[in-house]
Design a protein around this ligand. Structure first.
Ligand SMILES: [Zn+2]
Length: 185
């Protein structure tokens, strides 16, 4: 998975209470006047063409193997230090590793952490740090990191967003562990 796709997947799209109210009130009125809610940006996996182009800006393609080997080794060392499964690094395509060129150790560690979290979600497991309940417009109740829940608008006791990191799991037909309604009180 590319860095861009990971970031897109982990970005919760917020919906404000006022926007929701407007949408409800205007439902049924003239289409041209109707305020439609913002739709979440569909996370897209970067195309190989795009990745190659962006990489070629930073380094000549024929030099890539020389650059990627130490970078992959750096990622493996960081994964070991962070207690993250090395398999996440081994699974990375060369272009995914190339997308990490220029990132510092902190950013690389965040990337690895997000890869592990994404793998957890696709496996139906709640990532260890995702202890806050939220309500995704598409998925319903779901667990999310408290830092993200903290910046979402709260409606009816639930931090709410138009999309969440579990949307990928829902679209794939996977299992989503649910917080109970009481968890939000
Ligand atoms: Zn969702």
């Amino acid at each position: 998975m590319t860095l861009a796709a990971i970031l897109a997947e982990h970005t919760a799209k917020s919906v404000t209470p006022s926007a929701r109210g407007v949408t409800r009130c205007d439902a049924g009125t003239v289409g041209a006047q109707r305020v439609t809610p913002a739709t979440p940006v569909t996370p897209q996996k970067a195309t190989p063409e795009l990745s190659v182009r962006s990489v070629s800006d930073a380094v000549h393609l024929e030099q890539l193997p020389d650059v990627l080997k130490p970078l992959r080794a750096h990622l493996l060392a960081l994964a070991a230090a962070e207690g993250i499964d090395a398999a996440h690094v081994h699974r990375l395509h060369d272009l995914d590793v190339a997308a990490c060129i220029g990132l510092d150790a902190r950013q690389l560690a965040s990337y690895l952490s997000m890869l592990a979290d994404t793998a957890d979600r696709h496996g139906g497991r709640v990532p260890a740090g995702d202890t806050a309940p939220m309500h995704c417009e598409r998925c319903g109740p779901a667990w999310i990191h408290p830092d993200i829940a903290g910046v979402l608008p709260v409606v009816d006791g639930w931090p709410r967003a138009l999309g969440c990191p579990w949307c990928f799991v829902r679209k794939a037909g996977g299992y989503i562990p649910r917080p109970s309604a009481r968890a939000s009180a």
